[in-house]
Design a protein around this ligand. Sequence first.
Ligand SMILES: Cc1nc(NNC(=O)[C@H](CC2CCCC2)CN(O)CO)c(F)c(N2CCN3CCOC[C@@H]3C2)n1
Ligand code: NI
Length: 188
Amino acid sequence: MITMKDIIEEGHPTLRSVAEPVEFPLSDELRKTALEMHEFLVNSQNEEIAEKYDLRPGVGLAAPQINVNKQIFAVHIMEYDEEGNEVGPILSEIIFNPKVISHSVQQVALKEGEGCLSVNREVKGYVPRPKRVKFTYQDIDGNEHTLKLRDYEAIVTQHELDHLKGIFFYDHINEENPFAQDDNLELL
Ligand SMILES: Cc1nc(NNC(=O)[C@H](CC2CCCC2)CN(O)CO)c(F)c(N2CCN3CCOC[C@@H]3C2)n1
Ligand code: NI
């Protein structure tokens, strides 16, 4: 299973490189790695397991973060009811060879900013990202899919897409004014 010791930190060259496309059918090893990336997210969102293995919670994980320079990321975003009980998955998928088709001019950012499992420090500021994004990808069996996401799911997915291009969330923060807001930016 993947734990925090498997996640590389900023400064490691892999996190600033461009990830390679994935060939299908997957090797058994790469299939296992992809499934473990998704399993890490599920584990990290389970209080008992996260505490037992000292996992930082995550809703996304990109292969370069475990020093696998391939175009793969996992996302695990669950829906909760008002009592905080898990209702079901909003987006829970392992994404291979993603290609952005289009995105909106309108931008969104999380009010609380972003963090990263590969960045062990707080970097304050809004991370403006397109509010809507449309992309194609292959699933673990190599089947092509098209996905249109908006708001929170779009933010998470674009944070992971950035990792495949060697980009960190803080690369998008306005250096002069980290909390700069124009009328094209909606805070979530
Ligand atoms: C927003 C959030 N970011 C968490 N961590 N950071 C990450 O996921 C990084 C990726 C995210 C940072 C901003 C956008 C993408 C990992 N990254 O570096 C991958 O490249 C969370 F953990 C989290 N949630 C909310 C839902 N909660 C359900 C119950 O379990 C705890 C969980 C916590 N929300
Ligand atoms: Ni990250």
